[in-house]
Design a protein around this ligand. Structure first.
Ligand code: F6R
Length: 613
């Protein structure tokens, strides 16, 4: 989705803004632009298409200025085009970049048009630029002008504004879309994502909903909440700037797949004692609260939803806690019955997904809950300071580090680890034999994942069988059914091959009709209690001439034959098998996509963080 970078410095900021935009490319966008202000003159460059197109224009006509704003746009109002690209100007004095949607822009636009304003673009953002221009003409104070306009607009936004007559100020605001302040030495920045600014600082202030910020030479960083000055903590980013580069890897996705052993170790670090999970990892008071939990509702989208589906098996089997899992976009518009003592859990890599955030707000609203409501809300999230973590009672941060590839990989497996920690914490049988064994198995997980990554070569070879296919079917049973769903999602996202997943036992109820020599069938077969049942389902496929690819536990006696290829996966505790079996499926999608020559890290039509509904 859209990206914002803004800088107020004592040096030329074109390079910083351009580098920031490049670092935001992974979020998905269709045009880019930049404006700088020097000696009271605003200058702007915009380009349709990639940031490289903007860079070419800047090569021909560089922008010189020590204060500037820049943007990557993902079209909502008005088609992708140079004219609709941000920054938008008003009166040649105001420049604005905006993420989000202004819902009441139409009446505001009509009002301005009636007053003689001529619009250049089809965007909702340009309306805000003109409103600020008018408000500034009255107050000659950029902060006051922005604040007065924010009071008139409905919708979601993160924005950054400059005015030619306030030449050493940038005003930013956030409501519904993320915005962080980067604190430098004698220079300060704004961005929609910390990654954009790691080139210049590692100190960040995560703005809260409704915050307005002013960057100026005179006062540095000033934050206002409800019009009053507000204090916000400065956080140091701990993952280093390496997260923003591919290093030796051809794609971010491949790098992120290979990071899984280390980020899972980081997600476990400090959260396990000798034989049990430290419930305090979920926040102050978590232990006492967990003792009261009788039900769990899990809400998420996409890949995070699949993690929730695995957790349902764990929570019901290991902790005996009735659990429901639902996609956020459905939950938020449904009448929800909340049983007593229910814990509401959201899962989100970004912590800013619009549907998940709306579901959390709905869950905590009176309409959804009547008099009773949820016992508490818990967010499992990968981005510190994100809206979801701030608005939840408890949170557990996964330690995946920034995930740049649009297709989620390490965020998913660290979510699974976090959910196993939650399951063990909710069992209420601290340090019993089962917990001790699982804690042991968790400690061994990074090494096991290293072994699973050694399957990379054979999987790359296997992927050749898929490159010409148009469809694929994934099968799994039990906790492997959500893993099959996740495998299918990865394949469609990055290789554009249509893929579906079924619980293997469901095959004969319809999808078996699809099976023929052109439909590769991928099955995940760990050595668990459903293995024999799965094997029978696989026979059903073979009997119909289907081509089978099975990822099976090394102890499973399955011999390769015509139309049956078997790849062995390291032996793993049955509860942790979903985590280990995810890796070969990620690698398979990756290699198929590479063979097909698609844009692996930025697949078409997709954005990394879906901050609009
Ligand atoms: C798929 C993928 C998406 C996200 C979904 C939720 O690879 O990345 O399906 O999982 O958009 O995003 P978060 O977890 O940020 O809420």
């Amino acid at each position: 989705m859209c990206g914002i970078v803004a800088a107020l410095a004592a040096r030329n900021v074109q390079g910083i803004l351009l580098e920031g935009l490049k670092r935001l490319e992974y979020r998905g966008y269709d045009s880019a632009g930049m404006a700088v202000l020097e000696n009271g003159v605003l200058e702007r460059q915009r380009a349709n298409g990639k940031v490289a197109a903007l860079e070419e224009k800047l090569d021909q006509h560089a922008l010189e200025g020590s204060i500037g704003i820049a943007h990557t746009r993902w079209a909502t109002h008005g088609k992708p085009s140079e004219v609709n690209a941000h920054p938008h100007l008003a009166g040649g004095r105001v420049a604005i970049v905006h993420n989000g949607i202004i819902e009441n822009f139409e009446p505001l636009k009509r009002e301005l048009e009636a007053d003689g304003v001529v619009f250049e673009s089809e965007t909702d953002t340009e309306v805000v630029a003109h409103l600020i221009d008018r408000a500034f003409a009255a107050s000659h104070d950029l902060l006051a002008a922005v604040q007065s306009v924010l009071a008139r607009i409905d919708g979601a936004y993160a924005l950054a504004v400059m005015h030619a007559d306030a030449p050493r100020e940038i005003v930013g605001a956030r409501k519904g879309s993320p915005l962080v302040v980067g604190a430098g030495i004698g220079e300060n920045f704004l961005a929609s994502d910390t990654l954009a600014l790691l080139q210049v600082t590692d100190r960040f202030v995560y703005l809260q909903e409704g915050d307005v910020v002013r960057l100026s030479d005179a006062q540095g960083i000033e934050i206002f909440a409800g019009g009053e000055p507000a204090e916000r903590e400065v956080h140091t980013f701990e993952h280093g700037d390496g997260a923003a580069s591919r290093g030796e890897y051809r794609h971010f996705m491949l790098k992120e797949i290979h990071e899984q052993p280390s980020v899972i170790a980081a997600t476990l670090a400090g959260r396990l004692s000798g034989s049990h999970v430290l419930e305090s990892s979920f926040g102050v008071g978590a232990r006492a609260l967990f003792e009261r939990v009788r039900q769990v509702h899990i809400i998420a989208c996409g890949t995070s939803y699949h993690a929730g589906m695995v957790a349902r098996y764990w929570l019901e089997k290991l902790a005996g806690i009735p659990t429901t899992v639902e996609v956020a976009s459905e939950y938020r518009y449904r009448e929800v019955v909340v049983p007593e003592d229910t814990l509401f859990v959201t899962l989100s890599q970004s912590g800013e997904t619009a549907d998940t955030l709306a579901a959390l707000r709905y869950a905590t609203s009176r309409e959804a809950n009547g008099a009773r409501g949820y016992l508490a809300t818990l967010a499992i999230c990968n981005v510190p300071g994100s809206s979801l973590t701030r608005e939840s009672d408890l949170s557990l941060m996964t330690q995946a580090g920034p995930e740049i590839g649009v297709a989620s990989t390490k965020a998913f497996t660290t979510q699974l680890v976090a959910l196993m920690l939650l399951t063990l914490s909710l069992r209420g049988t601290r340090g019993d034999e089962r917990e001790t064994a699982l804690v042991q198995a968790l400690r061994g997980l990074p090494a096991l994942l290293e072994q699973a990554l050694e399957m990379d070569g054979p999987i790359a070879e296997l992927s050749e069988a898929f490159a010409e296919k148009h469809h694929a079917l994934f099968l799994g049973r039990g906790t492997q059914f959500p893993i099959a769903l996740e495998g299918a999602l990865k394949l469609k996202e990055i290789s554009y091959i249509h893929a579906e997943a079924y619980p293997a036992g469901e095959l004969k109820h319809g999808p078996l009709a699809l099976v023929d020599a052109d439909m590769p069938v991928i099955a995940v077969a760990p050595n668990d209690e459903l293995l024999e049942k799965l094997k029978s389902n696989l026979q059903e496929v073979r009997a119909r001439g289907g081509e089978l690819f099975v990822f099976a536990d090394e102890s499973v006696a399955l011999t390769a034959a015509d139309n049956l290829r078997v790849l062995h996966v390291p032996a793993v505790d049955e509860y942790l098998a979903p985590i280990v079996y995810t890796l070969p499926l990620q690698l398979l999608s990756y290699h198929v996509a590479v063979l097909k020559g698609t844009d692996v890290d930025q697949p078409r039509n997709l954005a990394k963080s879906v901050t609009v509904e």
